[in-house]
Design a protein around this ligand. Structure first.
Ligand code: SAH
Length: 413
């Protein structure tokens, strides 16, 4: 058992990059109560999920213990390529190192609370985080690909008028580990031949309002050597258009960018998306013209079609006009209904005509057909009522997360 001073120091050292949940616990721990033992009791909460560490961070952790960097690659391959759930199973890692890892880290930051399968094969996962928040991840199999729609925040604070998630408000940002774990956990659940090939960051939340965690998670997900090796060409980040972060993302990564536009009229867009008051349409489009988008790539503009709001032929013509000169394509998304929204989907012929007007003006246009509507898994339908969070399910899921920590704790004794 370490001395009380050394323990306090090591606890403080952890604070810099600790997950929010754990930081709250550590704050109370460092305030007057004195250090708690790292084994037993609430030890699981004191250890960070190792998937949240970047390559450099894990190397530094090893280096501080006089261990070579290649051990980091071994550990990462176990985590991200072989989907290990316990340090004990990392058989080519020396025993003492496995034990040291298990004393400092856990594997996993969330657990599946519920799975719903749609008639079209789409699967919606309700994933419970360690603090009781719940996020949703949607698995979408298609003939030539399997796409996972990932969340970046619990709830969302942007208040878009048509979106179910907005009704939750922002609970909190997800950590890097929690974003990575959505992919890992779902991958563990699906048969090998249906490996996740594509990612869209279009679940709950605004990825660019949680930039660092999103960027970090993408680093792990795209790392071909020891990460999940999903090509950045197969990843799309969707944003309401937070301009500074959009530019950073384009400079720092090679993922695809999708922007939720929904109207090129400031009066309409500001009503639909309050963020438009901060970054109005002209400023957003000007930024798009100057973004460092690779030559062969296009920006995607998502355009939600709302009956009687933004679906007139004149809207389509104006949209085409304003997009002129931007290398882009348009994804038309017919509104997916949810209770009490007050919006409707336009009739099929209106959707078709809107698309035709854009195409006739030289804009590459695709109408996105909803997937998983029957299980409320389609775009903008993700919502989790706080009231239904408690109960037996919670205890079950927490037990699932704890179990891994316990297996490793036992292994270190
Ligand atoms: N915050 C990001 C990503 C999450 S939303 C963004 O806004 O882009 C992903 C997409 O679903 C966005 O284009 C959003 O406008 C759209 N969407 C939201 N509610 C919808 C609904 N009810 N029907 C169809 N699309 C919706």
């Amino acid at each position: 058992m370490a001395s009380s001073m050394a323990m306090t120091r090591s606890v403080r050292g952890l604070l810099g990059s600790m997950d929010t949940v754990c930081r709250m616990e550590l704050d109370s721990l460092t305030e007057g109560q004195g250090p708690a033992p790292l084994h037993g009791g609430n030890s699981v909460e004191l250890r960070r999920p190792i998937e949240g560490l970047g390559h450099a961070e894990l190397s530094a952790w090893l280096d501080a213990r006089g261990l070579p960097a290649y051990r980091g690659d071994q550990i990462r391959r176990w985590l991200f390529q072989k989907h290990a759930t316990a340090f004990e199973s990392m058989t080519d890692v020396p025993r003492e190192l496995r034990q040291a890892l298990a004393r400092s880290f856990v594997i996993g930051s969330l657990a599946v609370q519920q799975r719903s399968r749609s008639d079209d094969g789409t699967v919606k996962y309700l994933l419970r985080l360690r603090d009781g928040n719940v996020v949703e991840t949607v698995y979408i199999p298609e003939a030539d690909r399997v796409t996972l729609c990932v969340s970046t925040q619990a709830g969302c604070g942007l208040g878009c008028a048509f979106c179910a998630t907005a009704r939750m408000g922002l609970k909190r940002n997800l950590t890097r580990a929690e974003i990575v774990d959505q992919v890992l956990e779902v991958q563990r659940q699906c048969p090998e031949e249906r490996r996740i090939s594509n990612l869209v960051l279009m679940g709950m939340g605004e990825p660019l309002a949680n930039y660092d965690a999103t960027r970090g998670a993408l680093e792990t997900i795209t790392d071909a050597a020891s990460g999940m090796a999903i090509s950045p060409r197969k990843i799309t980040v969707s944003t309401v258009g937070l301009l500074p972060q959009m530019r950073r993302l384009m400079e720092e990564t090679r993922v695809n960018l999708a922007i939720s536009l929904h109207s090129v009229r400031d009066d309409v867009r500001s009503e639909l998306m309050p963020v438009n008051r901060k970054y109005p349409v002209a400023q957003l489009l000007e930024c798009c013209r100057s973004l460092p988008v690779p030559r062969r790539k296009r920006i995607t503009f998502e355009y939600l079609l709302l009956r009687g709001v933004n679906d007139l032929a004149a809207d389509a013509a104006e949209l085409a006009k304003r997009l002129r000169g931007i290398r882009c394509k348009v994804n038309l998304i017919p509104f997916n209904p949810h209770e009490g929204s007050g919006f409707d989907r336009p009739p099929e012929d209106v959707i078709e005509r809107f698309g035709e007007t854009l195409r006739a003006r030289g804009i590459q246009t695709h109408v996105r057909r909803p997937r998983g509507e029957d299980i409320q898994a389609a775009c903008g339908q993700l919502y989790h009522a706080a009231a239904s969070e408690d109960g037996a399910g919670r205890a079950r899921v927490e037990a699932a997360i704890e179990q891994r920590g316990v297996a490793d704790s036992q292994a270190t004794q």
